[in-house]
Design a protein. Structure first.
Lengths: 112, 111
Protein backbone atom coordinates (compact mmCIF):
# COMPACT_ATOMS: atom_id res chain seq x y z
CA UNK A 1 0.00 0.00 0.00
CA UNK A 2 1.45 3.36 -1.06
CA UNK A 3 1.41 6.18 1.45
CA UNK A 4 0.81 9.85 0.77
CA UNK A 5 3.19 11.27 -1.83
CA UNK A 6 3.89 14.89 -2.72
CA UNK A 7 5.70 16.63 -5.55
CA UNK A 8 7.97 18.38 -5.99
CA UNK A 9 10.09 17.91 -2.86
CA UNK A 10 11.66 21.35 -3.12
CA UNK A 11 11.21 24.41 -5.26
CA UNK A 12 12.30 28.02 -5.37
CA UNK A 13 10.06 30.77 -6.71
CA UNK A 14 10.26 34.52 -7.01
CA UNK A 15 7.87 36.91 -5.27
CA UNK A 16 4.77 37.49 -7.41
CA UNK A 17 4.96 34.15 -9.21
CA UNK A 18 2.43 31.34 -9.00
CA UNK A 19 3.05 27.77 -7.83
CA UNK A 20 1.21 24.44 -7.98
CA UNK A 21 1.93 21.66 -5.50
CA UNK A 22 0.64 18.12 -5.94
CA UNK A 23 -0.46 15.36 -3.60
CA UNK A 24 -1.46 11.75 -4.13
CA UNK A 25 -3.55 10.38 -1.30
CA UNK A 26 -3.13 7.00 0.31
CA UNK A 27 -5.03 4.21 -1.43
CA UNK A 28 -8.72 4.22 -0.49
CA UNK A 29 -8.63 7.68 1.11
CA UNK A 30 -11.19 10.20 -0.18
CA UNK A 31 -10.26 13.18 1.99
CA UNK A 32 -7.23 15.42 1.54
CA UNK A 33 -6.15 18.28 3.81
CA UNK A 34 -3.39 20.83 3.21
CA UNK A 35 -1.27 22.47 5.89
CA UNK A 36 1.45 25.14 5.92
CA UNK A 37 4.31 24.67 8.36
CA UNK A 38 6.59 27.64 8.94
CA UNK A 39 10.04 26.96 10.35
CA UNK A 40 9.90 26.09 14.04
CA UNK A 41 6.11 25.98 14.22
CA UNK A 42 3.31 23.46 14.09
CA UNK A 43 1.36 22.95 10.86
CA UNK A 44 -1.48 25.40 10.12
CA UNK A 45 -4.63 24.19 8.35
CA UNK A 46 -5.18 25.67 4.88
CA UNK A 47 -8.20 23.74 3.57
CA UNK A 48 -9.66 20.28 3.12
CA UNK A 49 -11.22 18.50 0.15
CA UNK A 50 -13.75 15.71 0.46
CA UNK A 51 -14.98 13.94 -2.67
CA UNK A 52 -13.81 16.81 -4.88
CA UNK A 53 -15.51 19.56 -2.85
CA UNK A 54 -13.89 22.02 -0.45
CA UNK A 55 -14.91 21.08 3.09
CA UNK A 56 -13.52 23.76 5.37
CA UNK A 57 -10.90 26.44 5.10
CA UNK A 58 -8.44 27.95 7.55
CA UNK A 59 -7.35 31.56 7.86
CA UNK A 60 -5.63 31.85 4.48
CA UNK A 61 -6.33 34.41 1.74
CA UNK A 62 -8.11 33.53 -1.53
CA UNK A 63 -4.83 33.40 -3.42
CA UNK A 64 -4.48 29.96 -1.82
CA UNK A 65 -6.75 27.65 -3.81
CA UNK A 66 -7.05 23.96 -4.41
CA UNK A 67 -8.55 21.13 -6.39
CA UNK A 68 -9.32 17.49 -5.81
CA UNK A 69 -9.58 15.11 -8.75
CA UNK A 70 -11.82 12.05 -9.24
CA UNK A 71 -8.94 9.77 -8.16
CA UNK A 72 -8.77 11.88 -4.94
CA UNK A 73 -5.36 13.33 -5.71
CA UNK A 74 -5.13 17.05 -5.03
CA UNK A 75 -3.40 20.28 -5.97
CA UNK A 76 -2.61 23.38 -3.95
CA UNK A 77 -2.20 26.58 -5.97
CA UNK A 78 -0.74 29.77 -4.59
CA UNK A 79 -0.89 32.98 -6.65
CA UNK A 80 1.07 36.20 -6.20
CA UNK A 81 3.67 34.57 -3.97
CA UNK A 82 4.94 36.54 -0.99
CA UNK A 83 8.14 36.05 0.99
CA UNK A 84 6.10 34.83 3.98
CA UNK A 85 4.76 31.96 1.88
CA UNK A 86 8.14 30.26 2.30
CA UNK A 87 7.33 27.13 4.30
CA UNK A 88 6.89 23.36 4.24
CA UNK A 89 3.54 22.50 2.63
CA UNK A 90 2.08 19.27 3.93
CA UNK A 91 -0.70 17.18 2.48
CA UNK A 92 -2.59 14.67 4.61
CA UNK A 93 -5.13 12.09 3.54
CA UNK A 94 -7.74 10.23 5.54
CA UNK A 95 -10.19 7.43 4.92
CA UNK A 96 -13.07 9.78 5.63
CA UNK A 97 -13.89 13.08 7.27
CA UNK A 98 -13.54 11.97 10.90
CA UNK A 99 -10.64 9.54 10.43
CA UNK A 100 -6.97 9.92 11.29
CA UNK A 101 -4.94 12.07 8.93
CA UNK A 102 -1.72 10.64 7.46
CA UNK A 103 0.85 13.08 6.18
CA UNK A 104 3.10 13.09 3.15
CA UNK A 105 6.75 14.21 3.28
CA UNK A 106 5.92 17.77 2.28
CA UNK A 107 7.08 20.26 -0.34
CA UNK A 108 9.62 22.83 0.78
CA UNK A 109 8.79 26.15 -0.93
CA UNK A 110 11.25 29.02 -0.84
CA UNK A 111 10.14 32.43 -2.12
CA UNK A 112 12.92 34.92 -2.89
CA UNK B 1 -9.25 30.84 17.05
CA UNK B 2 -8.36 27.70 18.93
CA UNK B 3 -4.90 27.48 20.43
CA UNK B 4 -3.00 24.48 21.72
CA UNK B 5 -0.30 25.08 24.31
CA UNK B 6 2.30 22.36 24.29
CA UNK B 7 5.02 21.98 26.90
CA UNK B 8 7.86 21.75 27.34
CA UNK B 9 9.18 23.37 24.17
CA UNK B 10 12.30 21.24 24.30
CA UNK B 11 13.86 18.49 26.38
CA UNK B 12 17.41 17.17 26.50
CA UNK B 13 17.52 13.85 28.33
CA UNK B 14 19.76 10.89 28.93
CA UNK B 15 19.10 7.61 27.12
CA UNK B 16 16.95 5.35 29.28
CA UNK B 17 15.06 8.17 30.98
CA UNK B 18 11.29 8.53 30.83
CA UNK B 19 9.77 11.58 29.11
CA UNK B 20 6.47 13.35 29.62
CA UNK B 21 4.95 16.14 27.54
CA UNK B 22 1.50 17.66 27.54
CA UNK B 23 -0.92 19.78 25.61
CA UNK B 24 -3.73 22.03 26.81
CA UNK B 25 -6.47 23.78 24.90
CA UNK B 26 -8.92 26.61 25.51
CA UNK B 27 -11.54 24.59 23.62
CA UNK B 28 -12.90 21.06 23.65
CA UNK B 29 -11.75 18.50 21.09
CA UNK B 30 -13.40 15.23 20.11
CA UNK B 31 -10.12 13.58 19.12
CA UNK B 32 -6.54 14.07 20.26
CA UNK B 33 -3.62 12.87 18.18
CA UNK B 34 0.11 12.73 18.74
CA UNK B 35 2.58 12.96 15.85
CA UNK B 36 6.35 12.77 15.56
CA UNK B 37 8.26 14.72 12.93
CA UNK B 38 11.87 14.19 11.94
CA UNK B 39 13.96 16.60 9.84
CA UNK B 40 12.89 16.76 6.21
CA UNK B 41 9.82 14.59 6.74
CA UNK B 42 6.12 14.95 7.38
CA UNK B 43 4.53 14.20 10.76
CA UNK B 44 4.01 10.50 11.51
CA UNK B 45 0.96 9.49 13.52
CA UNK B 46 1.87 7.83 16.83
CA UNK B 47 -1.36 7.59 18.82
CA UNK B 48 -5.00 8.62 18.33
CA UNK B 49 -7.41 9.13 21.26
CA UNK B 50 -11.18 9.24 20.85
CA UNK B 51 -12.80 9.28 24.30
CA UNK B 52 -12.37 11.47 27.36
CA UNK B 53 -10.30 9.58 29.92
CA UNK B 54 -8.97 7.12 27.35
CA UNK B 55 -5.46 5.81 27.98
CA UNK B 56 -3.74 4.22 24.98
CA UNK B 57 -0.31 2.66 24.52
CA UNK B 58 1.82 2.05 21.46
CA UNK B 59 4.99 0.23 22.51
CA UNK B 60 6.93 2.52 24.84
CA UNK B 61 4.50 5.37 24.19
CA UNK B 62 1.43 6.05 26.34
CA UNK B 63 -1.04 8.87 25.82
CA UNK B 64 -4.18 9.98 27.62
CA UNK B 65 -7.20 12.04 26.59
CA UNK B 66 -8.02 14.36 29.48
CA UNK B 67 -11.38 14.11 31.26
CA UNK B 68 -12.22 17.74 30.46
CA UNK B 69 -11.45 17.05 26.75
CA UNK B 70 -9.17 20.10 26.84
CA UNK B 71 -5.86 18.36 27.45
CA UNK B 72 -3.72 15.35 26.64
CA UNK B 73 -0.33 14.01 27.62
CA UNK B 74 2.23 11.74 26.01
CA UNK B 75 4.75 9.65 27.93
CA UNK B 76 7.75 7.87 26.45
CA UNK B 77 9.39 5.26 28.64
CA UNK B 78 13.04 4.19 28.52
CA UNK B 79 14.01 6.66 25.80
CA UNK B 80 16.43 5.63 23.05
CA UNK B 81 18.40 7.75 20.55
CA UNK B 82 15.90 7.13 17.73
CA UNK B 83 13.21 8.89 19.81
CA UNK B 84 14.87 12.17 18.79
CA UNK B 85 12.50 14.45 16.90
CA UNK B 86 9.71 16.97 17.35
CA UNK B 87 6.50 15.71 18.93
CA UNK B 88 3.25 17.49 18.10
CA UNK B 89 -0.14 17.20 19.70
CA UNK B 90 -3.16 17.91 17.53
CA UNK B 91 -6.85 18.27 18.30
CA UNK B 92 -9.71 17.52 15.95
CA UNK B 93 -13.16 19.00 16.51
CA UNK B 94 -16.53 17.48 15.66
CA UNK B 95 -16.54 19.05 12.18
CA UNK B 96 -13.62 16.76 11.40
CA UNK B 97 -12.06 18.93 8.80
CA UNK B 98 -9.10 20.49 10.50
CA UNK B 99 -6.36 19.56 12.92
CA UNK B 100 -5.18 22.23 15.32
CA UNK B 101 -1.54 21.65 16.26
CA UNK B 102 0.52 22.58 19.27
CA UNK B 103 3.87 24.26 18.87
CA UNK B 104 5.80 21.02 19.31
CA UNK B 105 8.20 19.53 21.85
CA UNK B 106 11.74 19.03 20.56
CA UNK B 107 13.23 15.91 22.16
CA UNK B 108 16.97 15.31 22.22
CA UNK B 109 18.40 12.09 23.67
CA UNK B 110 21.98 11.79 24.80
CA UNK B 111 23.40 8.25 24.36
Amino acid sequence: ETGVTQSPTHLIKTRGQQVTLRCSSQSGHNTVSWYQQALGQGPQFIFQYYREEENGRGNFPPRFSGLQFPNYSSELNVNALELDDSALYLCASSLGLMDEQYFGPGTRLTVT
Amino acid sequence: GQQLNQSPQSMFIQEGEDVSMNCTSSSIFNTWLWYKQEPGEGPVLLIALYKAGELTSNGRLTAQFGITRKDSFLNISASIPSDVGIYFCAGQDNAGNMLTFGGGTRLMVKP
